[in-house]
Design a protein. Structure first.
Length: 151
């Protein structure tokens, strides 16, 4: 199975576990004399099986991330760490830009006037650069994910 396929399967298993949790909660209590639509023990057993499959799959994915290489020689794990770093920087720059959007609350000439202390234009350029870098690294990660076969 390709690393990318394993990631899709991991997503599906996570969704299935959420569904099983909701079903277990829904049928854990019924009115006296009624029967649940599903046996909670069977739902729980299915959830245990899905959780074990997910655990094993995550181990395979993590191993694959450490061995799969991008075209530039980095491992997928290294690229994911770099992408997370870029996402954090993007969020900080975006927050700075948003912080300059203070609504004026002046009612007279003696009221306080707010002035931006950063160049929004420069920060917008940084924001765009980080967004491009994130897109570029995502493409490389996806490429490696579709090429790497899990063992």
């Amino acid at each position: 199975m390709k690393l990318a396929e394993a990631l899709i399967l991991r997503s599906d298993l996570n969704k299935k576990l959420v569904s099983l949790k909701e079903r277990l909660t829904r049928f854990a209590v019924v009115q006296e004399g009624d029967q649940p639509h599903e046996d909670p023990q069977e739902v729980f057993a299915e959830a245990c099986g899905a959780a074990k499959t997910l655990r094993d799959l995550v181990i395979q994915i993590e191993t694959g991330n450490q061995t799969a290489k991008l075209s530039d020689g980095r491992t997928v794990s290294q690229a994911l760490a770099e992408r997370d770093h870029l996402i954090q920087l993007h969020a900080f720059v975006n927050a700075a830009i948003e912080g300059t959007k203070k609504e004026p609350d002046r009612y007279g000439m003696k009221e306080i006037k707010w002035v931006a202390t950063i160049s929004v234009k420069d920060y917008q350029k940084k924001l765009d650069d980080y967004a491009k870098a994130i897109r570029d690294i995502n493409v490389k990660i996806q490429e490696a994910n579709w090429q790497h076969e899990l063992s």
